[in-house]
Design a protein around this ligand. Structure first.
Ligand code: GTP
Ligand code: MG
Length: 203
């Protein structure tokens, strides 16, 4: 087994667009969730140092299935489809909920869920219901506030505090991130590694 300090392998394994195609558990997993277009796929690419591993798009709703990526044969990164895209029909929204909750429920290998929120925006009802879902499932989230490059330095702490308040969390526990500059990458890796270690009983 290698380490997660250097990414030598990052490979797409499979995409699941329905419950029955969710792969059976193998390696520890870290899933990435957030609103449509928030920057989930970009964050994953930056974290892994790969430009186009997860497909990104300026149009929301690009990732519609759960995509699994093998990292160094040690960890699976799981790109969840985004939620809250207005143009999605009610039945599709229900399908999203079913797919994502079926995936998260009883997933013994799930070490962490990274909840990604735009630093410029207030968490909305969908973000809050995801946080509730994680709470119900006993999965403590790692919260990453992305697109920090879009917020002036002097405003960042204030934005982080506002989002922390809305989530009922401690500001210092929210990780500022930018897929453009790579800021926050080390902090996020550190949080992920510690959860993976906890899961495998070394924490
Ligand atoms: P869906 O798969 O549709 O749910 O979207 P997503 O959450 O995967 O978002 P994606 O990574 O495709 O990014 C959406 C848009 O935001 C793209 O135009 C990205 O270039 C842009 N973007 C993502 N992260 C950042 C960031 O940290 N800073 C800036 N400035 N733009 C970003
Ligand atoms: Mg995506």
């Amino acid at each position: 087994m290698g380490s997660l300090k250097k990414i030598i392998k990052a490979e797409f394994i499979t995409g699941a667009s329905d419950v029955k195609s969710i792969p059976r558990e193998s390696l520890p997993e870290v899933a990435f969730a957030g609103r449509s277009n928030v920057g989930k796929s970009s964050l994953i690419n930056r974290l892994l140092g790969r430009k186009r591993l997860a497909i990104t798009s300026s149009k929301p709703g690009r990732t519609r299935q759960i995509n699994f990526f093998n990292i160094n044969d040690m960890l699976l990164a799981v790109d969840l489809p985004g939620y809250g895209y207005a143009k999605v029909s009610r039945s599709e929204r229900r399908k999203w909920g079913e797919l994502v909750s079926s995936y998260m429920r009883d997933r013994g290998v799930l070490a962490a869920v990274v909840v990604i929120i735009d630093l410029r925006r207030e968490p909305n009802e969908h973000d809050l219901s995801l946080m509730d879902m994680l709470d119900d499932l006993g999965i403590p989230p790692i919260v990453a506030l992305t697109k920090m490059d879009k917020v002036k330095r002097g405003q960042r702490a204030k934005r982080r505090a506002a989002i922390a308040r809305a989530l009922d969390m401690t500001p210092g526990d929210l990780i500022l991130f930018s897929a453009v500059t790579g800021e926050g990458k080390d902090d996020l890796w550190k949080a992920i590694r510690s959860r993976v270690d906890e899961l495998s009983g070394r924490g």
